[in-house]
Design a protein around this ligand. Structure first.
Ligand code: C2O
Ligand code: CU
Ligand code: CU
Length: 523
């Protein structure tokens, strides 16, 4: 794998950054610095990626105005880009680890936008920081080498205060990485490797998307505080989604692409779910859950053996109700309230129709990866982790009492390139000026982390009973859900690129409202 490439910056009217230094992949132990070569980037894969308004049929009757990405392969294998048929979502970019990718982005939206490659570890100027926003009609060239492990990553807009609007309008695609280690496992592939993006949306009576996230008045304020909750579930951009499968094992890659809705996913016959991967790729070994709590931006990969199913059977993946809140009113929209599809209800997400052919079984390997795990003792701040609290700042959500500043980095938001650290995130159980009482899916750019501890305040358990069962904390992650009353400890190593990255709540309305901060990886 080539190691001497880092992204080259070409930006339009934005600020300069730090010098870019390349290093080995996130999970490797060694590190090598290379110099940026301004014109030396030779892509293996070159794409044109356009973001533009479009009209698409989603509901019966009138078509819906959406914003969407469309890609064209300029160099490289044609199947590096696949589409999600009939959907505003996508495309799916399929690459092998080590691929050097160039994306020529063209912004044909009426708003500034920027593409963030969620979960990938790439240089600052390629990562979609809001500073690198591209004006309407503008272009930007993203160039990076894919250093991540095989896994399900994705991309979406990241402009300051407009992320919720643009994602809701339809802008999101998948970035699927394979590598040799994964291929050797012979997991289901081709038609039996299915990406499923779960979102909620609201439509007006004439089939147009309704979004109140930035709206005025009480509705806008409630949406900003709670996050936008739609009243219709879409999978891959389609309502009433149903998947036809053969009687064989499948690999289902689930992404919660919703702005703020959290799902508690389970099969309707309560058969256990076998999880093989999460945000940062395959787990060490498969784990089983009776249900899975999936917060915005989180991914989960299931291995589902349909060979044990009866021919012609129908199965439903549903979202189960969360425990009723103990009366915290702020919880209303998020977990129990607004719209006809509250999180407090049980509702179908998608249907699976089992085929009538002969059953073919396959074995799932007992071990999925041999990469060396990071150990907590390797952290420089093992005895004294950095702490971050979810807080209220006036009527806005913040982190440690601060809201987003485009260029601002506080003293306690600077880390050393090459260091290993523990970050602890704390979400208070109760509402109040300390800002507890709401779930926050916390996402960190520029790294994949391990979840090394999760604790629930005893007082919070009555409100959110048996939460822990639904988490998949075993693998590499870039997003972690913090329910009210929870704290998590994350272990991560900043061993790839120096630069300014963001960490934020992936409830997109919270993010847009300021629940995002910079951190600096200092060379
Ligand atoms: Cu998926 Cu900073 O976001
Ligand atoms: Cu991200
Ligand atoms: Cu939040």
């Amino acid at each position: 794998m080539a190691l001497n490439q880092s992204g080259r910056r070409r930006f339009l009217g934005v600020l300069g950054g730090t010098a870019l230094l390349g290093a080995l992949p996130g999970m490797a132990q060694t590190r090598k610095n290379v110099t940026e070569t301004p014109d030396g980037f030779t892509p293996d894969l070159e794409l044109e990626l356009r973001a533009a308004p479009d009209q698409i049929a989603i509901l019966p009757g009138q078509s819906t105005g959406v914003w969407r990405y469309r890609a064209k392969v300029l160099k490289g294998p044609a199947n590096a880009v696949t589409t999600i048929p009939g959907s505003y979502l996508g495309p799916i970019i399929n690459v092998r680890r080590g691929t050097r990718v160039r994306v020529n982005f063209i912004n044909e939206l009426p708003q500034p936008s920027v593409v963030h490659w969620h979960g990938l570890i790439i240089p600052e100027a390629m990562d979609g920081h809001p500073r690198y926003v591209v004006p309407p009609g503008g272009r930007y060239t993203y160039e990076f080498e894919v250093r991540n492990r095989a896994g399900t990553y994705w991309f979406h807009p990241h402009p300051d205060q407009l992320t919720g609007t643009q994602v809701n309008a339809g802008l999101a695609g998948l970035f699927i990485v394979t590598d040799d280690e994964e291929r050797a496992l012979k997991l289901p592939d081709g038609e039996r490797d299915v990406a499923l993006v779960i979102q909620d949306r609201s439509f007006t009576s004439d089939n147009q998307l309704r979004y109140v996230g930035n709206g005025p008045g009480m509705a806008g304020m409630m949406s900003r505080m709670n996050g936008f909750i739609g009243d219709q579930i879409l999978v891959n951009g389609r309502p009433d989604f149903s998947l036809a499968v053969e009687r064989r094992p499948y690999r289902l890659r689930l992404l919660n692409g919703s702005n703020s809705r959290i799902y508690k996913l389970a099969w309707n016959d309560s058969s256990p779910m076998t999880v093989i991967g999460s945000d940062g790729g395959l787990l060490y070994a498969p784990v089983r859950r009776t249900y899975i709590t999936l917060a915005p931006a989180e991914r989960i990969e299931l291995w589902v053996d349909f060979s044990t199913r009866v021919a012609g059977e129908e199965l439903t993946l549903q979202s189960q109700p969360f425990a009723a809140s103990t009366g915290g009113s702020m919880m209303g929209g998020m977990m129990g309230g607004s719209g006809s599809l509250p999180n407090g209800a049980e509702f179908p997400v998608l249907k699976v129709r089992i085929g009538k052919g002969a059953a073919i079984s396959e074995k799932l390997p007992g071990m999925l990866t041999s990469i060396a795990p990071l150990r907590p003792e390797q952290a420089s701040n093992f005895a004294n982790p950095r702490t971050f609290r979810t807080t209220m700042v006036g009527m806005r959500w913040g982190l440690n009492g601060r809201v987003f500043e485009m260029d601002g980095v506080a003293k306690d938001e600077v880390v050393r390139l090459g260091s290993t650290e523990i970050w602890e995130f704390i979400n208070e159980a109760s509402m109040g000026m300390m800002g507890g009482g709401m779930p926050h899916p916390i996402h960190i750019h520029g790294v994949q982390f391990r979840i090394i501890g999760r604790r629930v305040q005893p007082a919070a358990i009555s409100a959110w009973h048996s939460l822990n069962e639904g988490y998949v904390d075993e693998g590499w992650k870039d997003t972690v859900l913090l329910m009210p009353g929870e704290r998590v400890r994350l272990l991560m190593r900043f061993d790839n690129y120096p630069g300014m990255f963001v960490y934020h709540c992936h409830n997109l309305e919270h993010e847009d409202m300021g629940m995002m901060r910079n951190f600096l990886i200092k060379a």
